[in-house]
Design a protein. Structure first.
Ligand code: SAH
Length: 332
């Protein structure tokens, strides 16, 4: 079993001469523990209204240039059924922290979606224990909430009005409520250190994450980080590869932010640890408005045909799973 100490992780992250070794080791671990199947998740971005002001994110409440939208519960449910009809076995609802979606409204949406034969992932930001408990009771299976960075000082700088401990509290609540729990980090935040990225990876393990999403920072022109340098794709891939090697059988998406930096970014990610792809199934008229960063999803592949995602995946020796893609295979 491959285990790395924090010092070893730091050394690997700092040294680019052994990247080929790292990436092929991560690919081997991925193959051994989760196989060649790729799990697809239908991503529905249901609101871009957000009360937070994360310094890097285009949805931050202080970005007055963004045209805001919010799907109605009915539209969200229809979009989810649509994804199920196309063949998706998981629907992911992602949005800003929008107060319209109270506990009761969310419970109604979750209950309706769960009438279909589909696993449901929520990614709505921080919620109270009671809300999370109610969502779980209505049938929500998984929850994604990235810790973004475990460097508390940097976290505070990047997230005005927010509290690191509350985010960790959510993760622990989710775990205790029996969700499959996803978290992750941004790579390339200003002043982020390699040491803190090593801490992020160890945190993922400590919290018992079932899914980890890692993406490079992409500077958004309508945010305080407009002049920041984009994160490095290679460093993001290395953090992801190390996460695969340490956490082994978890689910790891090839993130869209990786594809924004390189047209082949997602395929690269699938070859160094990732086993999940999240195609964007948001309503077309709103897709451009869910602009957490610029040029997001412009390269997303069609689901069918010669240039399809499936054709791409087959060309690298992978297939599309027909299962729900839980980490714990006995779960459904
Ligand atoms: N409100 C939800 C969903 C946030 S959007 C929540 O709080 O969990 C999903 C992810 O997009 C975030 O967790 C963040 O890591 C990523 N993101 C936001 N802005 C970004 C940017 N400028 N570049 C790259 N990733 C970004």
């Amino acid at each position: 079993m491959t285990e790395f100490t924090k010092d070893e992780i730091i050394e690997i992250l700092k040294d680019d001469t052994k990247n080929d070794w790292l990436f092929s080791l991560a690919d081997e671990v991925r193959k051994k523990y989760v196989g060649d199947e790729i799990h697809l998740r239908a991503l529905i971005e249901y609101t871009n209204i957000c009360k937070n002001a994360c310094k890097y994110c285009g949805l931050r409440c202080e970005n007055r240039q963004l045209e805001r939208y919010r799907l109605t519960p009915e539209e969200i449910i229809n979009q989810a059924y649509n994804a199920v009809d196309i063949g998706f076995k998981t629907v992911v609802l992602q949005g800003g922290e929008d107060a319209f979606f109270s506990k009761d409204v969310m419970c109604e949406i979750i209950t309706e979606i769960k009438r279909a034969d589909v696993a449901l992932t929520l990614s709505l930001g921080e919620r109270s224990y009671n809300d999370l408990k109610a969502f779980r009771k209505c049938g929500a299976d998984r929850y994604l909430i990235r810790i973004e960075t475990t460097d508390r000082k940097l976290y505070r700088k990047m997230h005005p009005y927010m509290d690191f401990d509350n985010r960790v509290r959510c993760l622990r609540d989710l775990k205790s409520l029996g969700y499959e729990v996803g978290t992750g980090c941004l790579v390339g935040l200003p002043e982020q250190t390699i040491e803190s990225l090593a801490d992020d990876i160890l945190f993922f393990k400590e919290i018992g994450a079932d899914m980890i999403g890692i993406g490079p920072l992409i500077a958004h022109p309508q945010t305080p980080l407009k002049d920041a340098k984009n994160g490095s794709l290679t460093l993001a891939l290395k953090v992801m590869a190390l996460t695969r090697i340490l956490l082994k059988d978890i689910n790891i998406p090839a993130t869209t932010a990786m594809e924004t930096l390189d047209p082949n970014g997602r395929i690269m990610a699938l070859q160094c640890g990732a086993n999940v792809v999240m195609p964007n199934l948001s309503l077309e008229e709103h897709q451009a408005k869910y602009e957490i960063y610029p040029n997001k999803g412009i390269n997303s592949l069609p689901l069918e045909g010669e240039n399809s995602l499936e054709a791409k995946l087959l060309s690298i020796g992978r297939t599309i799973s027909t299962g729900y893609g839980f980490r714990n295979k006995e779960r459904k």
